[in-house]
Design a protein around this ligand. Sequence first.
Ligand code: B12
Ligand code: SF4
Ligand code: SF4
Length: 373
Amino acid sequence: MEPIPSEVQTLSAVAEEVGLVLRGCLPANPLPEHDSALQTRLQSWLDAGYQGSMRYLERAVALGPDLRSWKPWTEGALLFALPYHRPSGGFAGGGRVARYALGRDYHQLMGKRLERLGKRLRAQGIATRYRATVDAAPVLEREWALRAGLGWRGKNTLFLHPEHGPWVMLGELLVDVVLPHWAPPPARKATCGSCTRCLDICPTQAFPTPYQLDARRCLSYLTIENRGEIPLQWREAMGDWVFGCDLCLEVCPFSPRDLDFSEDWGLHPALEFTTLEQLLHVEEPVFHKLFTGSPLRRPGWAGLLRNACVVLGNLGRGAADLEWAAREHPEPLVRSHAVWALSKIGEQRALERVLEKEQDDTVLLEIRRELGS
Ligand code: B12
Ligand code: SF4
Ligand code: SF4
């Protein structure tokens, strides 16, 4: 086995002091000869429109994987991957939430630790400039982890770690220090081979080909990033997913079935004690307080309640609360999805009552469509 370079040993030790395991490091642009092929693939992904409303990805592609095109002073990157596999969970009484979002927000958790690491490296004279980044465009995080040799790419497009499979969140610290290309030799080397489980399970057939995702069809995009309505064709496919979706991770044979990191991440109290029916009655300022420190704030108040309506419809629950939301909720987005849910559970009389009061054109359209009038 190759000896660990001494500068990496020092960096690893400082990372450990702030609660991080250094998974690898890279010079700012280690493999320039691969860049043009990558640029072409990324550009054709954008040209196909797969990014939907996530226009910020265009900047990530324009900048490419050379870290210096974003932060010109960058000489190297330290790479981190926090494992988070845990049992499935969600709202009290049912309504699933992607496992990464059940507890503390990884942006905050990893962001704070990376920031602490940067400060320590500066205080010890190891680096003068640093930049912590977690999930932040314009950074192609999986590409870096792959280039460093930390794992491989799955057909579900995710980065697969040899021990944790797809269940890791990525984060990086850019530094103005020249770093070697280093990663520990993986416990196993593997590829997807002939497996297609993730492609087959996807409820919206969001993979046009293996290793490519049409984000517009992915439930994670539709329930988290999308600010408008959930297209009619995907509402039933949402099943009981209120926030995100884990299906293409859960079926992966590289998932570590026996590892449980719930204690590290906790369970957010808003999930533990709130049912979807109660969520419909939560007012906007209370929503922000209730979900403090949780990724569930991301789709916004109306967005999360929109998702809750669809899931209640799919589960055949909460008719009285849905009727209240369809009649009284101040957001047309929530009212229209409550209307769909009422129709889904066969509450035609309730729809007629809602129709009497509604004035908003988009909601009226939804009611008339569901009533077939
Ligand atoms: C935008 C985004 C999304 C979008 C789009 C996802 C996507 N696959 O692109 C949406 C909202 C749908 C999403 C969903 C999820 N996301 Co997300 N997301 C991001 C974000 C911000 C950018 C990703 C990006 O650049 N996409 C653009 C496309 C073009 O990139 P790409 O897939 O790498 O493109 C390559 C392939 O298409 C490939 N390719 C094309 N054809 C072929 C053919 C072959 C043979 C090969 C080998 C390759 C290949 O070429 C392209 C260039 O390499 C990253 C964070 C970051 N800044 O990197 C997190 C990130 C990817 N997400 C993450 C997570 C956890 C998720 C979810 C699991 C959350 C959930 N449970 O709901 C789902 C998973 C859905 C899925 N299967 O991808 C993690 C993934 C960690 C990991 N283990 O990989 C990241 C890295 C965030 C983090 N910091 O940890 N996400
Ligand atoms: S997260 Fe769900 S909807 Fe998105 S690609 Fe994976 S299985 Fe499909
Ligand atoms: S489910 Fe199968 S095809 Fe999909 S990422 Fe895992 S190993 Fe690869």
